[in-house]
Design a protein around this ligand. Structure first.
Ligand code: CA
Length: 236
């Protein structure tokens, strides 16, 4: 069954090019060019025809897409990917804290949007699918069940904290996780300001897991926002 995406974007050209690209991938698309239009579409859904994911532009003619996100999160966990021309790091963090699943800064490649959609659908939309227990990306393999970490089939020894940090990222593989969230989940609520912990342990993890820690392929930095573990290989 094809998955339904609501595309909220007022730029006509971008809307039609995304519509085509996503339709070709087999998604069923609905579009909205304003907040009012999006709200109407979300309100009038036939039972069993709810959206599986929303791609949301922020700058809309009748208001800010952020207000739709806020309203949605009161009653829905539908994955939301924000697309915006705005670069501000503070706002990215705010959007993620408000429940956006991911964001892309315009202009972005369609391949990148498709990857984020796949990841968001896997994490949120379809809870029936088992959580990822065996992460694989190139030579890196992490098994959350056996707690084994391997690089090109050779076991890598991690400290408990290094492992906890890596496992936290595996649980949300392919998605950005904010500094605050990582500190909260790995070190606890009283340490959410201590970003130097994170830099230190991320440095150690990269030294152990990356071929070139100055050009990481697995543990990616989202400047000013957090970290993202590369999307797992499709055949893993
Ligand atoms: Ca816009």
């Amino acid at each position: 069954m094809s998955r339904r995406i609501l595309l909220v974007e007022d730029d006509r050209l971008l809307r039609s090019s995304l519509f085509e690209a996503l339709s070709v991938e087999g998604y069923e698309l609905k579009t909205a060019a304003s907040l009012a239009d999006a709200r109407a579409q979300l309100k009038h859904v036939t039972p069993g025809m709810a959206m599986d994911l929303i791609v949301l532009d922020l700058g809309l003619p009748d208001g800010d897409g952020q207000s739709l996100l806020t309203d949605l999160r009161r009653s829905s966990s539908v994955p939301v990917i924000v697309i915006s021309a705005r670069q501000a790091e503070g706002q990215k963090i705010q959007l993620l804290d408000q429940g956006a699943d991911d964001y892309l800064v315009k202009p972005f490649g369609i391949g990148e949007l498709l990857a984020r959609i796949r990841v968001a659908l896997r994490h949120r939309g379809h809870a029936a699918e088992p959580a990822l227990l065996n992460y694989q990306h190139g030579p890196l393999q992490v098994n959350l069940k056996t707690r084994r970490v391997q690089l090109a089939e050779i076991e890598v020894r991690l400290t408990p904290t290094e492992y906890a940090l890596l496992a936290r990222l595996v649980r949300q593989a392919g998605q950005v996780v904010t500094h605050r969230q990582l500190l909260l989940d790995v070190w606890g609520a009283e340490h959410t300001d201590q970003t130097h912990y994170l830099r230190l342990y991320m440095g150690q993890l990269r030294a152990k897991l990356e071929a070139d820690s100055t050009d990481p392929q697995h543990l990616l930095t989202e400047p000013g926002v957090g970290y993202r573990l590369a999307e797992p290989d499709a055949d893993a």
